[in-house]
Design a protein around this ligand. Structure first.
Ligand code: ADP
Ligand code: MG
Length: 725
């Protein structure tokens, strides 16, 4: 591209930060347009340059109106000759357009799109893509995809036309955007290039510097040039994210602010020997990996991921006990009271019976490991007792909910923190717990999740964490048969029959009621009604219990206890039972209106059965109307492997949801304009290696200041301390 010869004095390679701080006014965009760009969230020159074309039209690929055929999909090109709103039978409105190109004409009809009348005023130039059919003997297109290109005769030349995302709300069309972008490109001249050719060449991007990339992605000299440019800029998006994550990880590893725990002590050994089962290889490996982290002065920052039922709890308890054995305290936080109580029960049973030296100094005197539960229902007096116990050394482990985060910190010497189902918590909540350590050392943190994340996505979102994975399931797990049933069919009756038979055999059943988005109240009411209904029909004569999110905690606990003690045969519940609930005697899971649930959620729900010795069933009663829902149901029926399901989920939904699990994930997601997983796996991995290479030779990015700025602008305050300026 030609550089503007008049600005040589000022001309220098522009960095992203500079472009971020240059307003549209600075480069001479008119106030009228600036106002409209603002509505689209475009404030800076960088925002504008990162508004990429949505589609390209290659004029040489456009079918002349004289050549189109019935039944074939085609892109046609022309200007609007006539556009009329017509009313048909039943008062149905349609917009009829006559498109003209030279002497040829084509009728285009839009149903249910009355607004097209305004958009397609006579003399508007458009490209339309759709299937050609015939009507009353002549050819026509119905409801094609439309790109408005401008006013006829305004001289859009060039073989390829780039179409920008238009915004009706902002009143901005593609032909408003294109000249503004061109203006920005001219103003910039040369872009700062953070990567030398050698670093770019492995992805065959050696020749594509940023200046070429930005000019080609917008200017589109050819489709191939545009694709190359897209590849380069996509790579840059991943690279900046990876530099932030790798730098954060390295900073943590280099820190000596943590605690050096004593590992391999007799208490943990005893705990493991007492377990009624043999550890899986993956559990042993995870414990070894965690031990390595615990033994060093760098604070642990590890994610333990494993499918539902893979046995994460014992791994976590072993880590907590290691802290206790060395004289430190340990805390475990769960997202719900039901779960906290369950973890507390397991911990008391397995850890609470072990002996540690008594703090009173009496030689050879011993006491049991002190384990306590702290939730919103814990009375002030018990809270005080827990604080006292932590202070005088008689309490070592506290298991709880969010309640652990509020009030004065009871901990005096916190060594290990475990956060179960961590994606249920916000980042700040997890940090608060870390700040509750008062000994001046940063405690080691283990976060756990039962929603496996595909490897590449994990590199992107958790790229700053170490990851341990439990892939092998404990042996003796019984298969779960999953069936998809259409609502109100005979098969549904058979499913309930199976449920009754299982109750007769001494087992228990879950029925999950439909998800009601954003309304716990309506959901609770529906579940209440459904429990009553089922109690009077399918499950007449059985003990039907009800569990929903709007119940007081005491009530929830009572119900869960009755279910555990088998007083309740059938538990009708909302998704409050989704995470972690462990009742091995339950063998049937019925999910009503399963199409409303996401794949991860369905998998979690199914994980409530198949935990005991018996075979189990999961029935998905669904009304499948969308392609995505069909794909989810099919995946559920096909496999019970959470890792396979995670891959599928990524294919079906893209990254948005997974990124949502982490706050920094969300800013990364917003930053990734051109990126798409799983398509771009190769880029993620290459970006990772490149980030490592750059940081190996320039750990503080002292020689890559503009790149450091890009990372800071992406990840915010989080990383500001990483790169000293
Ligand atoms: P999750 O990973 O979903 O949190 P849990 O830790 O709750 O799984 O374990 C599920 C069940 O499996 C528990 O009842 C636990 O006691 C049991 N369990 C854990 N590890 C093993 C093992 N190695 N062999 C057999 N059973 C195990
Ligand atoms: Mg668990």
């Amino acid at each position: 591209m030609e550089r503007n010869p008049n600005k040589s004095v000022e001309e220098h390679p522009r960095t992203f930060r500079e472009l971020e701080r240059t307003t549209l006014g600075d480069i001479g965009i008119t106030a009228r347009l600036i106002e409209r760009f603002e509505v689209m969230g475009i404030h800076s020159v960088l925002d504008l340059l990162r508004l990429y074309p949505r589609r390209l039209h290659d004029r040489s690929n456009i079918t002349p109106l004289t050549d189109i055929e019935v039944g074939v999909e085609a892109t046609v090109f022309g200007s609007v000759e006539k556009c009329e709103l017509k009313t048909g039978r039943n008062n149905k409105k349609r917009v009829e357009v006559i498109l003209r190109n030279g002497d040829a004409r084509l009728r285009v009809t839009f149903f249910n799109q009355v607004w097209r009348q305004k958009e397609l005023a006579p003399d508007t130039e458009v490209a339309m893509f759709g299937k050609v059919d015939s009507f009353g003997g002549s050819l026509q297109m119905v409801n094609p995809i439309v790109d408005v290109l401008g006013k006829a005769g305004e001289g859009k030349t060039g073989r390829i036309i780039a179409v920008y995302p238009q915004s009706a709300k902002a009143g901005l069309s593609s032909w408003d955007i294109a000249p503004a972008v061109a203006k920005a490109l001219e103003w910039v001249g040369e872009f700062y290039e953070p990567l030398d050719e050698a670093l770019r060449s492995p992805l065959k991007l050696g020749k594509i510097d940023r200046t070429k990339a930005f000019n080609d992605i917008h200017g589109v000299p050819s489709i191939e040039d545009h694709r190359q440019a897209e590849r380069r800029l996509r790579f840059d998006e991943f690279l900046v994210a990876q530099i932030g994550l790798v730098a954060r990880k390295r900073a943590l590893q280099a820190s000596d602010a943590g605690i050096k725990h004593q590992i391999g002590g007799p208490l943990v050994k005893e705990f493991l020997t007492n377990l009624p089962f043999k550890m899986t290889d993956d559990q042993s490996t995870a414990i070894a990996e965690i031990n390595q982290d615990l033994a060093t002065a760098a604070p642990m920052h590890r994610l333990l991921q494993g499918d539902v039922g893979s046995g994460k709890t014992v791994v976590a308890l072993a880590a907590m006990l290691t802290a206790v054995e060395g004289g430190y305290q340990s805390a475990m936080m769960a997202p719900t009271e039901v779960l906290a109580e369950q973890l507390y029960a397991v911990a008391s049973r397995t850890i609470g019976v072990l002996k540690v030296p008594s703090p009173d100094g009496v030689l050879l005197s011993e006491q049991e490991v002190g384990v306590r539960l702290l939730t919103n229902r814990t009375k002030a007096r018990e809270r005080a007792a827990i604080a006292d116990g932590l202070r005088d050394g008689t309490i070592h482990i506290v298991i709880g909910t969010h309640a652990l985060l509020y009030g004065e910190s009871p901990f005096t010497n916190l060594g290990v923190i475990v956060i179960d189902e961590h994606h249920r918590f916000g980042v700040e909540q997890r940090d608060v717990l870390k700040q509750r350590a008062v000994a001046g050392r940063v405690p080691d943190v283990l976060v756990m999740t039962a929603t496996p994340i595909p490897r590449t996505a994990a590199l992107l979102i958790y790229g700053d964490l170490d990851i341990s994975t439990l892939k092998v399931m404990p042996s003796g797990r019984q298969p779960i048969t999953t069936e998809l049933l259409k609502r109100e069919t005979v098969a549904v009756g058979a499913a309930y029959q199976r449920a009754r038979d299982e109750v007769k055999n001494g087992h228990q059943v879950y029925v999950v009621c439909p998800l009601v988005e954003d309304s716990g109240k309506i959901e609770a009411a529906a579940a209440t009604k459904r429990a009553e209904e089922l109690g009077n029909t399918e499950f007449k004569g059985l003990n039907v219990g009800l569990l929903h999110g709007q119940m007081p905690s005491a009530e929830k606990e009572k119900i869960m206890n009755s279910f555990r003690s088998k007083e309740i045969d059938v538990l009708v519940a909302t998704t409050v039972i989704e995470v972690g609930v462990d009742v091995p005697n339950a063998t049937v899971m019925v999910i009503e209106d399963a199409q409303r649930f996401g794949l991860a959620q369905l998998h979690q729900l199914r994980g409530r059965v198949g935990r005991g010795g018996g075979a189990s069933w999961c029935y998905l009663i669904a009304d499948v109307t969308t392609k995505d829902a069909a794909a989810r149901m099919e995946a559920m029926v096909e496999t019970t492997d959470g890792f396979v399901l995670a891959d599928r989920d990524l294919e079906i939904r893209g990254t948005g949801q997974i990124f949502g699990e982490r706050q920094s994930g969300q800013s990364i997601d917003k930053h990734l304009r051109l990126a798409r997983l799983p398509r771009d796996i190769k880029y993620v991995e290459f970006a990772r290696t490149t980030a490592e290479l750059i940081l190996d030779s320039d750990p503080d990015l002292a020689h890559h200041r503009p790149l450091a700025e890009e990372v800071e602008d992406l990840l915010g305050d989080d990383v500001e301390y990483l790169f000293k300026s």
